[in-house]
Write a protein that binds this ligand. Structure first.
Ligand SMILES: Nc1ncnc2c1ncn2[C@@H]1O[C@H](COP(=O)(O)OP(=O)(O)OP(=O)(O)O)[C@@H](O)[C@H]1O
Length: 236
């Protein structure tokens, strides 16, 4: 479903991603892990089209490397952002409608109602999205907006960050439900080892823009290079 070949991103003299190559199969839930500044968000930006990358990115067998953001969304690549930013002055429902037109090129109220229901936001559908939502609701809206684009591949950037452990657990259950209900492939950036182990069958680890491990969560978190990347001993 997703193929990355030698994906490289430079910002001036800084190499944010260096020759990243891996494949993701349809239906996988993959954890994208690594210390701050490792390149995780830049990888999401490269896949979704927010950042230009060298190398090759293919999705569903088609080369999307040169495609703009909206065409990648139409191809089925959806994402959330680290800091949820609903559109100002629009209701929750309107936020989803805009996302749907952008990503799917159509307006389907029934589908929006379904997403509102599954994300437990029906009671807030007409509320002002920017001012009337608590943190958990904002996070649910961020995921709902990505779902409204009708993705096949969903890139989740730290959607569980800042939640206490019970809320985290219920979000994990919800993500598993969405995976099944919408037939999604998911890549999730997350720092918490327990969350990655509970949710993902595979983890890919970046450090200083390099891919340093790829395997089951148990394999990866026992890998000395990964432990070093978190404790800093390798680069201290
Ligand atoms: N637009 C940009 N211009 C210049 N440098 C950037 C830009 N975006 C990211 N970087 C740099 O690229 C590197 C990778 O950043 P990135 O945000 O992808 O890391 P990350 O793994 O997502 O980190 P975090 O866990 O802190 O979100 C960092 O050194 C960052 O400062």
């Amino acid at each position: 479903m997703l193929e990355l070949d030698a994906v490289t991103v430079r910002f001036g003299g800084l190499t944010a991603l260096a020759n990243i190559s891996f494949r993701i199969k349809a239906g996988e839930i993959v954890g994208l892990v690594g210390p701050n500044g490792a390149g995780k968000t830049t990888l999401f930006n490269s896949i979704s089209g927010l950042v230009k990358a060298r190398g090759r990115i293919a999705f569903d067998g088609k080369d999307v490397t040169g495609l703009p953001l909206h065409k990648r969304a139409r191809a089925g690549i959806g994402r959330t952002f680290q800091i949820p930013q609903p559109m100002q002055h629009l209701s929750v429902r309107e936020n989803l409608a805009v996302a749907q037109v952008f990503g799917a090129g159509r307006h389907d109220e029934a589908r929006i109602d379904e997403i509102l229901a599954v994300m437990e936001l029906s009671h807030k559908a007409e509320a002002d999205a920017a001012t009337a939502l608590a943190l958990q609701e904002l996070k649910r809206l961020e995921i709902a907006k990505a779902l409204a684009t009708e993705p096949k591949l969903l890139l989740l950037d730290e959607v569980l960050a800042g939640l206490e452990s019970n809320a985290k657990k219920s979000f994990m259950v919800k993500l598993k439900e969405l995976h099944k209900l919408f037939g999604l492939t998911i890549v999730i950036v997350e720092h918490d080892i327990e969350t990655i182990s509970g949710l993902c069958t595979r983890a890919v680890v970046l450090n200083f823009g390099q891919l340093i491990a790829d395997g089951t969560p148990t394999e990866v978190f026992n890998n000395p290079a990964v432990v070093e990347s978190y404790t800093g001993t390798a680069h201290a």
